[in-house]
Design a protein around this ligand. Structure first.
Ligand SMILES: *Cc1c(COP(=O)(O)O)cnc(C)c1O
Ligand code: SF4
Length: 477
């Protein structure tokens, strides 16, 4: 205690009436918009929810039962809020979508139906035929090779010490842009899914594999979505993994807080099960956290904040993995607001992914350059540990690579070349959306021989670049 007192006595303290000097211009608190969370009965704007009171709207069971899964249900909910032409566009969009459609009443209520084409949430969850673009010719259904790297169905072991466990194949909502559209959701007219039902036999095989791999320390429990796990199942997975000696870290991945935050307030059984696993982990000196998936600041409301506060009070760490999407979060202002709002709600922004090469959502992808530019704009606005890493999940199984780390990037052809020396040998390619390229390059992508030529050139340029810069590095391969 003594030294502290001494410091207190010697520190110069300004006289009380002397004004504090401000070096920075004043900030009007009203401009700190990331702190202004939507509140009140906003859902009552939707014709079908006009008479829905707060207690009903916050009931996660009501949200699940009333989720929109067809154009007819959407029409029934919105009624005359949008013109008939929009409904036709949606009906055709549903018919052409590779992903099943499921939208919670919560999400539906957050969409600005005065501007349904421009709204960032509508773009993510409700397909409209008139805005679809043809897929990139180099796109394959499982572009990340999750199945090729799966020793057991639904368990992808790509990286040395961590594995991805797809516990089940359903979600509280379905996102148009889902990377796992090869497996997640019910079959659609466009895609027949790989089956990853939540059967405990399949889980037992995955657990056995994990137990037999002492190098594995970190398991991502995903899907599908951990929100869909029954409390009993969540406990079973958590307990089983924690009981494996070499497992040190578990992340439960769920989009839930972003699309149905009320479950955190009203599904006590699920929240208690999660808390118990987190606490058991802590007693074993292991980390159990929640990874969620907010993409736009509009997805974070006062309800979300209350749900996240509840997790925070229980010591549950929450991190966020966002997907960069055109017209959704590809502006500096939106991304900065998202990052700041997440921080304000005690969520750590972990990753922003360049949109994977996924079927039927070419309109949502951006260029790699967009990610590079956003990263520069976001870094510096808040604490470094609250700053997401912008990554490109290299198609072909190279894993996540920092967007600035491409070996070569031809902005004209849109081809970027990546390597992943600690994951997998070889070159990995990402392709910018063709409609963003100059007309001459769009024309080249229409010709298969030209496609091969552009790719071969990009790989040759990457090789040359790596050879030319090797002398500057003391790392020897
Ligand atoms: C993303 C991912 C992980 C986890 O990677 P982190 O970079 O640690 O978040 C693990 N396995 C697979 C297959 C993945 O795609
Ligand atoms: S919640 Fe996740 S797994 Fe489910 S559809 Fe959306 S992105 Fe895919």
């Amino acid at each position: 205690m003594e030294p502290l007192k001494t410091i207190g006595r010697t520190a110069p303290s300004p006289p009380r009436d002397e004004p504090v000097v401000h070096l920075k211009p004043p900030v009007d608190p009203a401009t700190l918009t990331y702190r202004q969370l939507r509140d009140g009965p906003f859902w009552q704007r939707i014709p079908a929810y006009r008479a829905i009171d707060e207690a009903t709207f916050l009931d996660h069971g009501w949200q699940a039962r009333n989720s929109i899964t067809s154009p007819q249900k959407l029409l029934a909910a919105l009624q005359d809020l949008v013109p008939a032409s929009f409904h036709d566009d949606v009906a055709q969009g549903f018919a052409r979508a590779p992903m099943a459609i499921r939208v919670s009443p919560y999400l539906l209520s957050l969409i600005d139906w005065d501007d349904p084409y421009g709204d960032p949430l509508r773009r993510q969850f409700v397909p409209v035929a008139s805005r679809l673009l043809p897929d990139h010719p180099k796109l394959t259904l499982d572009s990340l090779h999750e199945q090729a790297d799966a020793p057991v169905p639904g368990l992808t072991h790509r990286y040395p010490d961590k594995a991805l466990f797809l516990a089940l194949d359903t979600c509280p909502v379905y996102c148009r842009f889902c990377t796992r559209s090869y497996a997640v959701g019910v079959d659609t007219d466009e895609v027949e899914k790989v089956s990853l039902k939540a059967t405990e036999d399949r889980w037992a095989r995955a657990f056995r594999y994990i137990g037999e791999r002492p190098e594995l320390e970190d398991i991502v429990v995903s899907g599908g979505d951990s929100y869909q796990l029954k409390a009993r199942q969540l406990s079973l997975i958590g307990d089983t993994l924690l009981d494996i000696d070499h497992i040190r870290r578990i992340r439960f991945a769920t989009k839930g807080p972003a699309v149905m935050p009320m479950k955190l307030l009203t599904d006590d059984e699920w929240v208690d099960a999660l808390t118990r696993v987190v606490e058991k982990g802590r007693r074993l000196h292991k980390e159990v956290v929640l990874h969620t998936h907010f993409n736009h600041p509009d997805e974070i409301t006062a309800i979300t904040r209350r749900g996240l506060d509840r997790l925070h009070e229980r010591g549950v760490i929450v991190r966020n993995q966002a997907v960069l999407q055109r017209g959704v979060n590809d502006t500096i202002d939106t991304m900065q607001t998202l990052v700041k709002r997440l921080g304000y709600c005690n969520v750590q922004p972990y990753y922003v992914y360049v949109h994977d090469l996924v079927k039927g959502v070419e309109d949502l992808r951006t260029t790699v350059q967009t990610a590079v530019d956003l990263e520069k704009a976001v870094r510096g606005v808040t604490a470094g540990f609250q700053t997401p890493t912008f990554v490109c999940d290299a198609p072909g199984g190279g894993g996540k690579r920092v967007v600035h780390s491409f070996e070569h990037y031809d902005r004209d052809t849109g081809v970027s070349v990546w390597t992943a020396p600690s994951v997998k040998p070889g070159f990995f390619l990402y392709f910018d959306p063709i409609d963003t390229l100059a007309p001459a390059y769009q024309a080249r992508w229409a010709v298969p021989a030209e496609q091969d030529e552009m790719i071969a050139q990009a790989i040759a340029a990457a090789r040359a670049q790596m050879a030319a810069t090797a002398h500057a590095s003391s790392v020897r391969r």
